[in-house]
Design a protein around this ligand. Structure first.
Ligand code: FDA
Length: 394
């Protein structure tokens, strides 16, 4: 069968791209390996899908080329996607930090994407979606692409790689995109788990006994910091602040947590002057759960009431609390990573269309590409924006 476009992968980016191209009158075939489309959408945001971030800006994305995402994000914005959600009558709310969720269910987003695909008919286009497809071979001959799936050959002018990244392999995620990109001469930036819990060893394992304790921190990796909650786990550190910095963390480097965010220099000394008979732990309890306050005071080697602690020791404690160093010995890997950083090199793609510069008709979109968003709806926005950009060009 011949098509204008074949999209490999019926996830967020693939379905959105199919709808866009279909509505421009194209005959599109989506080949999905799993038995249903949009599986990651369904489990996202705790089943409510954090479908975008209303404040999404290029600065919220990591890539070897930080400028690459600008064009697509500018041409198809979070507001554009929100307009679509509203046009489909899907009720939504902002949870925090610009994160938009469905009031009811992530199923609504998948249904909306399928309804958008169906709209192709109105403009003479067509979107066909085949699930349970095993793509065994892709070849490029005479300017067209031939895809062999489940023993059937499909041909097309435009081939879109939208098979995502290898995070959460138990959901069927694979590194298929990278093999295919390399087959056609595209480079791949080393993929690594991102938005992932960090594991602790050595002295830091002492914190494991606090598994389940959460506290507000400013977490910092290199020059990048996030003010959100951190969660101590039996393997190390998790929670939004940690997931965010994990994307910026490199093996061997430390991360730093400010356990008492927003305090100005000398704040412990001020407490000492104002309430000299108060225990340090009691002061720390205002910022964090008691169990954590106790462990931190213990590790600072400071017990007793404030007036029994020297000013010098309190100043040192302030500094340490503001920059508590952890040396993660790894991450929980692709098994627990919400996304994959790295991927198909943006150097080989047009930022306007997502088409491979040296391979006409070959496109890559979504998580398969070396563009990774922060936690909080940014990754879906990249799926929509990049899918939209390719959908206008195929
Ligand atoms: P996606 O993974 O969605 O789709 C790829 C599709 O390709 C899949 O359907 C897969 O089965 C298919 N496929 C793979 N190999 C294939 C092959 N060989 N042939 C054919 N098909 C193949 N982001 C966000 O912004 N807000 C959120 O709330 C969340 N929540 C969240 C929770 C969890 C648990 C995870 C794991 C991830 C998130 N994310 C998120 C991230 C978000 O899910 C992710 O960035 C997007 O789904 C990426 O969209 P893609 O379409 O690129 O890949």
């Amino acid at each position: 069968m011949s098509h204008d476009a074949i999209i490999l992968g019926g996830g967020a980016a693939g379905l959105f791209c199919a709808a866009q191209a279909g509505q421009r009158g194209k005959r599109v075939l989506v080949l999905e390996k799993a038995d249903t489309v949009g599986k990651k959408i369904l489990i996202s945001g705790g089943g409510r899908c954090n479908f975008t971030n209303i404040g999404a800006k290029p600065e919220n994305f990591l890539s070897a080329n930080p400028h690459f995402a600008k064009s697509a994000l500018r041409r198809y914005t979070a507001r554009d996607f929100l307009d679509l959600v509203e046009a489909h009558g899907i009720a939504w709310h902002e949870k925090t930090l610009g994160q938009l969720f469905c009031d009811q269910s992530a199923i609504q987003i998948v249904q909306m994407l399928l309804d958008e695909c169906d709209k192709a008919h109105a403009s003479g286009g067509h979107v066909e979606i085949l699930t349970g497809q095993d793509v065994s071979e892709v070849v490029h001959e005479g300017g067209r692409y031939a895809v062999m799936a489940n023993g059937t050959a499909h041909t097309t002018d435009s081939l879109v790689i939208a098979t995502g990244g290898p995070s959460i392999p138990k959901m069927g995620a694979t590194d298929f995109a990278y093999g295919l990109a390399r087959q056609f001469g595209l480079k791949v930036v080393e993929p690594r788990p991102a938005l992932v819990p960090l594991t602790l060893g050595g002295e830091d394992v002492l914190f494991r006994e606090l598994s389940g304790v959460a506290t507000d921190v400013v977490a910092k990796a290199g020059k990048t910091s996030f003010a959100e909650a951190a969660l101590l786990t039996h393997r190390g550190l998790s929670g939004p602040a940690i997931l965010q910095v994990s994307s910026y963390w490199t093996h061997g480097d430390p991360i730093h947590l400010d356990f008492c965010p927003g305090q100005r220099e000398g704040w412990l000394l001020e407490h000492k002057r104002a309430t000299p008979e108060t225990q340090l732990v009691a002061i720390l309890r205002a910022y964090m759960p008691e169990r954590l306050a106790k462990i931190l005071a213990e590790r600072l080697g400071l017990s007793g009431v404030l007036h029994s602690i020297s000013d010098k020791a309190l100043r040192r404690a302030e500094q340490q609390l503001a920059r508590w160093e952890f040396r993660p010995n790894g991450t929980e890997g692709f098994a627990k990573a919400e996304v994959t950083a790295g991927g198909i090199s943006t150097a080989d793609l047009s930022s306007q269309t997502m088409e491979a510069k040296a391979m006409p008709g070959l496109f890559a979109i979504g998580e398969a590409v070396d563009v990774t968003g922060w936690l909080g709806g940014y990754n879906f926005q990249w799926a929509w924006s990049s899918g939209w950009a390719a959908g206008q060009a195929i």
